[in-house]
Design a binder for this molecule. Structure first.
Ligand SMILES: Nc1ncnc2c1ncn2[C@@H]1O[C@H](COP(=O)(O)OP(=O)(O)OP(=O)(O)O)[C@@H](O)[C@H]1O
Length: 359
């Protein structure tokens, strides 16, 4: 019987993923990663619910304390990013480095297992011609989480199973009821786990970064208002600036050197291209020349046609067919060909945006 270690957060998706594999005859072992202190999914009631599900299924349950790993790889990464004026996306980094890596390591070293599974909505296909494991969108397009998985390596895709990739979310709920799982009606998590467990991003950031008041300026350097810390702002943001102006103003850059938030009209918050770093080519090998693709610039954003130009050192230039508003440094851009994730990377901070060298 194949042994599969299933990552259990205590939510309905991972519970049902475990139940599906269990009913398919796999030897399923539940594993909950303890990521951080505090309430919320996976960290308090999540662990208890996961344990309850394992009892219902009659399988063993392990809890692994990886709070230190989560602190150094995710919290420190986030805090450093915010302090440098970018808005990091922790989820893809967390999936790769924290969740999948930690799970397969524990599965291999402690449980003698070779496979791991999660409740992510995505699919993996082995292409026998190229020999690569391809990452595909979930069958349920509304729930598709492939965007957050673009950074998985071939080694991780080879050992991973996504039992929910071929079904609809409504089927997951129905199956959870059929299996009588305690989590069948558990509500969806609505936000980043760190936000859920802290109440808001501001509360989370306040634990690590002191407020540092400064000026909100336009692209000519004229002071338009005050801010209480650049870490509280994101490029593209319109609300919460507290400035009365004839035209709507948007954050167009975060100048951490001079502790200024720079604002301008919508045209100034528009980009024709950007550079991404830490690129991972998932379903295909890195191409030798530019390719055409469609990208999401954030989770669930509309697809945008682009040209991707590979650069040295795991970087790429992404040129948009039409100028795009709100390209946020620190967030992931993920490129697709139909349902296939070709690759992705992290948007770099713009070097000298909008002629700001004059400001
Ligand atoms: N702390 C954790 N320990 C182990 N596995 C986890 C943990 N958190 C998340 N996972 C795995 O990653 C998957 C996706 O996590 P995500 O936070 O996106 O939750 P979700 O889509 O709301 O799923 P769920 O309903 O299972 O919580 C989960 O289904 C689960 O398999």
């Amino acid at each position: 019987m194949t042994k599969v270690v299933v990552g259990l957060s205590g939510g309905v998706d991972s519970s049902t993923a475990a139940a599906i594999l269990h009913h398919q005859g796999y030897e399923v072992i539940g594993l909950t990663l303890w990521l951080m202190k505090g309430k919320g999914q996976c960290c308090s009631e999540g662990m208890v619910d996961a344990a309850y599900i394992c009892e219902q299924l009659g399988i063993s349950h392990h809890i692994v304390d990886i709070r230190e790993l989560f602190q150094t790889h995710i919290i420190d990464y986030l805090v450093t990013g915010y302090s440098k004026g970018i808005t990091p996306l922790p989820c893809s980094e967390c999936n790769k480095t924290v969740k999948f890596d930690a799970m397969i390591k524990y599965a291999r070293e402690k449980l003698g297992g070779k496979k791991i599974a999660t409740g992510h909505y995505a699919r993996i296909h082995h292409n026998s011609e190229t020999g690569r494991y391809e990452l595909l969108r979930a069958f349920d397009r509304n729930k598709d989480q492939s965007y957050f998985l673009y950074d998985l390596s071939q080694d991780l895709l080879e050992v991973s199973i996504f039992p929910l990739g071929e079904i609809l979310k409504s089927d997951t709920r129905r199956l959870a009821h059929e299996y009588g799982l305690k989590t069948a009606d558990k509500p969806e998590s609505q936000d980043l786990c760190l936000v859920e467990s802290n109440g808001s991003m501001r509360v989370f950031l306040n634990k690590y970064l002191a407020p540092a008041p400064g000026n909100i300026v336009d692209t000519e350097g004229k002071v338009l208002g005050k801010h209480d810390g650049v870490q509280y702002y994101t490029v593209g943001q319109r609300k919460g600036l507290g400035i009365a102006a004839p035209k709507p103003l948007y954050v167009i850059a975060l100048d951490t050197v001079n502790n200024r938030v720079i604002v301008g009209d919508r045209t100034k918050a528009t980009q024709t291209e950007c550079v991404v770093s830490r690129v991972n080519w998932v379903s295909i090998a890195e191409p030798l020349r530019s390719i055409r693709a469609e990208v999401h610039i954030r989770y669930r954003s509309a697809l945008i046609p682009v040209t991707i130009i590979p650069l040295h050192g795991l970087r790429a230039r992404v040129v948009f067919d039409t100028p795009q508003f709100s390209i946020v440094p620190g967030q992931a851009i993920v490129w697709y060909e139909d349902n296939k994730v070709l690759g992705g990377g992290i948007i770099e901070k713009f070097s000298q945006p909008f002629g700001l060298e004059k400001v």
